[in-house]
Ligand binder design. Structure first.
Ligand SMILES: NC(=O)c1ccc[n+]([C@@H]2O[C@H](COP(=O)([O-])OP(=O)(O)OC[C@H]3O[C@@H](n4cnc5c(N)ncnc54)[C@H](O)[C@@H]3O)[C@@H](O)[C@H]2O)c1
Length: 297
């Protein structure tokens, strides 16, 4: 008899953005260890090719490929997912993980520059939204279900003034992920987010202010193994949909969603919400086939 862990991982295919190093490469290693084939997408080609080679050499067969992918571009994301279909036969797991901090992560009294200001939002939030949309169409077309994991952050649930732009992008991921809870009903795809506390990766090497470094120094660190464990839990636990798992220094925590206060004025509105949701689901089911066709997927 196949146990649930085997069926959640064995012979599955995963696409991972930001997969060349850090959290992305660590979850890739953990998945391959469990029988999953991985497609790594990133803009760091040297590191990405080396990461795929390391896995293929270790297992002495093709378990990984690397594809140059800028997550701000639909054209790149479409090629990335097509590679998974062409080389390995589909996509069951998508981990939308690419992200940056950098000089504009704080971003209040920086120059009023349209492009530079939105760059972090385009990568951190836009890359997740675009990646999820492409992943959902592929998974819906295959009609065999799927799991999407968005990499959020603890800062998506708190307010960190020294990292205002970064924090805003991660709050966006939390809101977007919660809104996709209904994809389980619409197309049998569970979308969740993992929100790690600070972890020792290259991400944190390019902050530009002393305050940011001091903050990082002072923050308790989470271990990579907790982040990987949270991602594996998202894949294995069939009850998680539109949910958040925090990867904190002491391990993985479930983060319940905020319930609106059920006051007299709000109560009628709250009663209507399930009906509104049902209508949205029915509409999504109707337009899905057309969306797959229009996207050329
Ligand atoms: N390390 C932490 O403390 C921490 C904490 C919370 C959340 N996170 C999140 O975890 C994710 C992974 O970060 P990490 O810590 O492994 O850092 P990392 O810098 O090692 O990895 C991020 C990866 O994203 C890639 N990337 C950046 N821009 C890209 C683009 N436009 N297209 C494709 N790939 C791009 C980078 O090249 C890199 O390989 C990020 O979303 C980050 O915000 C990290």
């Amino acid at each position: 008899m196949i146990n649930s862990t085997e069926s959640a991982f064995n012979s599955k295919i995963a696409v991972i953005t930001g997969g060349s190093r850090g959290i992305g490469f660590n979850i890739a290693k953990a998945l391959v260890e469990r029988g999953v084939k991985v497609v790594l997408g990133d803009i760091l080609d040297k590191e990405g090719n080396a990461a795929a080679k390391e896995l293929n050499d270790q297992y002495d067969r093709q378990v990984a490929i690397y594809q140059h992918t800028d997550v701000t571009k639909y054209s790149d994301l479409k090629v990335l997912f097509s590679m998974a279909v062409e080389v390995f036969g589909g996509v069951d797991i998508a981990i939308m993980n690419a992200g940056i901090t950098g000089p504009l992560a704080g971003g209040v009294f920086t120059p009023l520059d349209d492009e530079a200001d939105m760059r972090i939002q385009e990568i951190n939030l836009g890359g997740v939204i675009k990646g999820d949309k492409v992943a959902l169409l592929h998974m819906a077309k295959q009609n065999r279900g799927g799991v999407i994991i968005n990499t959020g952050s603890m800062s998506g649930l708190t307010s960190l003034s020294i990292l205002g732009q970064y924090t805003a992008s991660k709050h966006g991921i939390v809101g977007w992920t919660r809104c996709l809870a209904n994809m389980k009903e619409v197309c049998n795809v569970r979308v969740n987010a993992v929100c790690p506390c600070v972890c020792d990766t290259d991400l944190n090497n390019n902050l530009d202010s002393k305050e940011s470094f001091d903050f990082l120094e002072a923050t308790p660190k989470t271990k990579m193994e907790h982040i990987v464990k949270a991602m594996l839990q998202c894949i294995e636990d069939p009850t998680l949909a539109g949910d958040l798992l925090l990867a904190l220094p002491d391990g993985v925590h479930f983060q319940p969603s905020l319930a609106l206060p059920d006051t007299e004025e709000m109560s009628e509105f709250l009663k209507k919400l399930p009906h509104v949701q049902e209508q949205a689901n029915n509409r999504y089911k109707k337009i899905l086939a057309e969306a797959i066709k229009n996207a050329g997927i």
